[in-house]
Design a protein around this ligand. Structure first.
Ligand code: SAM
Length: 254
């Protein structure tokens, strides 16, 4: 099936030549490995040569690609952390979830993709500029139909919604969100937070305990790529190491 106007694809010319592009008629794109002029009909899996003879491939974008290529003005939640939290909290098609704060919309893109058309993501942000940015990033990927963006300081004013399956919290003071999450979650629902510092985690966990959350668990996920080469296979020197500690918990009926 030929790509349609506005569809995203990965242009892959090797690990150092990877781009996320939006298809449009007459598309041209310049890279350090030459310029590409795209024919009118292109399909995922196609091979194309640049004017310098370098071979590029047209691939489906992964959800990680969509997250990593968004415009960022805040730190975003990384795919290694999002993947873990999504599985640990049972996010799937049709679920209703809330997140605070929207930031650049990295996590929002992942959640919106996974809850699908039957689900809903309520994304809370206290700063207008980040609300606008996250909204634009989600709109760009055509995911707006399942996301509601709300400008609000959740620590002060709460979520104002109920019956959520999961509440995701990526703010500097997650412990202030704990009492508000109690009102937003359905009984048995999940808390999921990310904090870069252990002091933040301690304060959050103590507050979760005090507010009746159970099954509280904190982990750290480290991602180390392995270079597979004849006779010299070893890990890459650089890795995606510390991003944040991840805490999950569940609330019960009182
Ligand atoms: C690290 S960013 C979130 C990044 C986001 N998870 C992503 O993947 O792009 C933290 C955001 O939380 C917002 N924030 C902090 N405290 C908040 C609060 N009490 N209510 C609403 N937003 C808050 C900040 O303005 C900031 O934009």
């Amino acid at each position: 099936m030929p790509l349609r106007e506005g569809e995203y694809f990965i242009l892959y010319g090797g690990p150092k030549a990877l781009y996320l592009l939006k298809y449009s008629k007459g598309l041209r794109f310049s890279t350090h490995l030459g310029e590409l002029i795209f024919p009118e009909h292109i399909e995922y899996g196609d091979k194309l040569k640049s004017n310098t003879g370098h071979t590029f491939y047209l691939l489906f974008p992964s959800t990680s690609d969509l997250i990593l290529f968004i415009k960022r003005k805040t730190t975003i939640m990384y795919p290694k952390d999002i993947g873990y939290l999504i599985l640990e909290t049972g996010v799937s098609y049709g679920k209703k979830v809330a997140e605070v704060g929207s930031g650049s919309g990295g996590l929002t893109v992942a959640l919106a993709t996974i809850v699908g058309k039957e689900g809903k993501v309520f994304s809370f942000e206290r700063r207008e500029e980040f609300n606008r940015l996250a909204k634009a990033n989600v709109e760009n990927y055509g995911l707006s139909d399942r996301v509601e963006f709300i400008i609000r300081d959740v620590a002060l004013d709460g979520f104002g919604i109920e019956n959520m399956d999961v509440v995701f919290v990526d703010v500097p003071e997650p412990w202030n969100i704990v009492p508000k999450a109690l009102e937003a979650l359905k009984p048995g629902g999940f808390w999921a937070s990310l904090s870069p510092n252990i002091e933040q985690v301690q304060k959050t966990v103590f507050k979760l305990e005090k507010n009746g959350f159970i099954r509280i668990k904190t982990v750290e996920i480290l991602e180390r790529e392995i270079l597979i080469r004849e006779g010299k296979t070893r890990p890459r020197e650089r890795m995606i190491s510390h991003t944040g500690y991840l805490t999950t918990a569940q609330i019960v009926r009182t």
